[in-house]
Design a binder for this molecule. Structure first.
Ligand code: ZN
Length: 278
């Protein structure tokens, strides 16, 4: 009997007094383009949190602690960041630390030069489309997301990773704001959590695009689709099909591009499917 108890006892003694929550262990990747999980205490009422002026997702852990799930923009420099908290005892700030992460570079050749240097008419179109999409990312609804650990929208190998610095025909453009899956055209794209369709469109760079609001600023965006199967206002269940994989917009071939946004910061979707690499 002792033979079994001794290792068990040793294991128990190794556990820290205040073990990190399940959510913290899985999602806390506080780097630029990552997620910071900040413990806001165990008050009776839900606190609110703001970061860089934007409302932040707050959830309750099983052990009754409130956790802020903060999206850290790629542009944030490593160091101390502040959250503005409001709870039953008033207003306070709470610090969290952002570490560093190095992202690789990728060089892409496009035959369509307008997709690298758009003409003036294109630029006007792009500006309007950008404003529309930013407004969607800034949506903040009170619903708590159905799940924070997400299902993959398609089954297939990951191709281009999040955060890659991209050079199109030798010219640097925005870093890769999402995660690509190498899957054939026509593959159904499934919503990784329940949500509501808040925007659809056909955009210059993103092609056929769908935005799904999972609640409290936690938003999925899918683009380059061949077909959109939903419309604005539709409620989508977890696993509900929103459209089909394609190569519309600035794409070199069919693939599924997926963005995840928290508090209007695009973060690495790999974190939410257990595929994050430091
Ligand atoms: Zn992509």
């Amino acid at each position: 009997m002792l033979r079994f108890l001794a290792p068990l006892l040793a294991l128990l003694l190794c556990l820290p007094a205040h073990a990190d929550s399940y959510i913290t262990r899985l999602l806390d990747k506080p780097v630029p383009g990552g997620v910071a999980v900040v413990d806001l205490g165990n008050g009776a009422q839900a606190p609110t949190a703001r970061y860089q002026g934007r409302s932040v997702l707050v959830v309750k852990e099983q052990n009754s602690r409130w956790l802020a799930i903060v999206g850290v923009p790629l542009t944030v420099k490593p160091g101390t960041q502040q959250l503005a908290i409001k709870d039953a005892s008033g207003n306070r700030t709470q610090a969290f630390t952002v570490g560093s992460k190095k992202y690789p570079e990728q060089r892409i050749t496009l035959k369509n030069k307008r997709q690298v240097n758009p003409d003036p008419a294109d630029l006007k179109r792009i500006e309007g489309e950008l404003a529309e999409q930013i407004a969607a990312y800034r949506t903040f609804t009170p619903a708590t997301p159905s799940n924070l650990l997400l299902d993959k929208p398609v089954n297939g190998p990951l191709s281009s990773k999040f955060g890659v610095r991209r050079f199109f025909n030798g010219e640097e453009r925005n870093p890769h704001a999402g995660l690509d899956f190498a899957v054939p055209a026509g593959t159904p794209i499934k919503s990784p959590a329940a949500g509501k369709v808040i925007l659809t469109g056909n955009y210059f760079f993103n092609g056929n695009t769908v935005f799904v609001d999972h609640g409290q600023g936690f938003i999925s965006m899918f683009c380059h689709m061949s077909k959109i199967d939903v419309k604005v206002g539709d409620a989508v269940p977890r696993g509900g099909v929103v459209g089909k994989v394609g190569a519309t917009g600035r794409a070199t071939g069919p693939h599924m591009h997926w963005n995840i946004s928290l508090n209007d910061a695009r973060v690495d979707p790999a974190i939410f499917i257990g595929a994050f690499q430091p």
